[in-house]
Design a protein around this ligand. Sequence first.
Ligand code: ADP
Length: 442
Amino acid sequence: MTANGVILEVQNVSQEYGYGERRFTAIQDVSLTIREGEYVTLLGPSGCGKSTLLRIITGLNRPTEGKVLYRGQLLQGVNPHATIVFQTFALFPWLTVQQNVEMALEARGVLPSARTVRALKLIDLVGLDGFETAYPRELSGGMRQKVGFARALAVEPELLCLDEPFSALDVLSAESLRGELLELWTSNSMPTRAILMVTHNIEEAVFMSGRIVIMEKGPGRVVADLTVDLPHPRQRKSHAFLSLVDRVYAILAGQTQPEKIELGSVPGQPGQPRPRALPAIFIGELAGLMEHLDEAPDNWADIYRLRELLHVDSDHLLALTDAAEMLGFATIQAGDITLTPLGETFAEASILARKEIFAARLRRLPMFKWLLDMLRAAEGNRLKWNVVHTALQMSFPPDEAEKQLNTVVSWGRYAELLGYDDDDEVIYAETEPVVHQATASG
Ligand code: ADP
């Protein structure tokens, strides 16, 4: 797909909210150009102004400063060429799938005689063939969201705006709907010329889009604009894919110097620094710390005072803050701890999104990489606990090796990258989720 004609230009847009003393700048001096053929995602911690920007682009908000040009024309009022699909799409429960789609066509002034044919075509397009007469309550979340897509496509938007369209769905439905949307997009079977999607899911951004615009808050602004130059269908395990995911994480984590965090090398490398030991903490505790900081003014706390607040002893508190720093969720300086944008995203994310964020961070840790590689090389992706324990003793004394292994396994289980079979005392690598390349008709 070629990126030629400019569709949308956001020029130096700022948005302020509130009055008097409570007035504040939600986004400041944001500029963004979207061209025909582009699939752009907007990523950033909550509150950085992603929804505000979408509202400005669709004409639902009028910016305090700056302007929006649509195909070279100053946008005034609601943008007739753009539609938003929200996280959960409001369907009329008393209407069937077909009637829900026809309703959108009616609102667009399509004549009754043409509505049915068009509605059926759209239903087919999103893969809901056979469910025309079903009511929303009979559909799964993923299918309801497909009706939402069909309704959004009914108005033939040139610019399709998606506001976290997959985040309310279960893992499998989200994955298959992503595949179907990509199929529609890459096969050119919808009238849409460009897509702008808000997400907090980094892998989703890399999987779907051709460009990732990263925002930060305080005030909301664009801090990076990356091109994703990978052919579809994208391989989530490929080196190029993973290194781009890492790059985005590093930007979000506010680490211009990610390598400075001394993570050490994989175990058993003679002459190399040994891997940085994992602090023995449970992820639930780490999440508690993140939530606490997320609610604290400026996302900041004095580490000493956290001891009383979290009811933990000093050693354990240090293990917790160490883990937060190691994972890029917080920075520590002179006895203070401050959340990074990534830590904030983690604190505010759903349980599933937290697992994804955590899994991606875990894959960066040398010790974890080492274990995963070993498991993948082993028959059936399984190894006896004892075998791994012995291998770890190349780098740690036996007691410490045991502690390290228990922590690695417990973190890996939370991230759903590893499993542990208690009866056989076997550690195994979880199989990677299957990426469905669904077809437009199916
Ligand atoms: P995001 O979508 O990235 O989470 P939003 O655009 O929703 O960010 O919000 C950006 C900031 O503006 C937040 O601090 C939010 O509380 C604030 N905000 C959003 N909408 C309004 C509004 N209508 N009135 C006042 N403040 C708002």
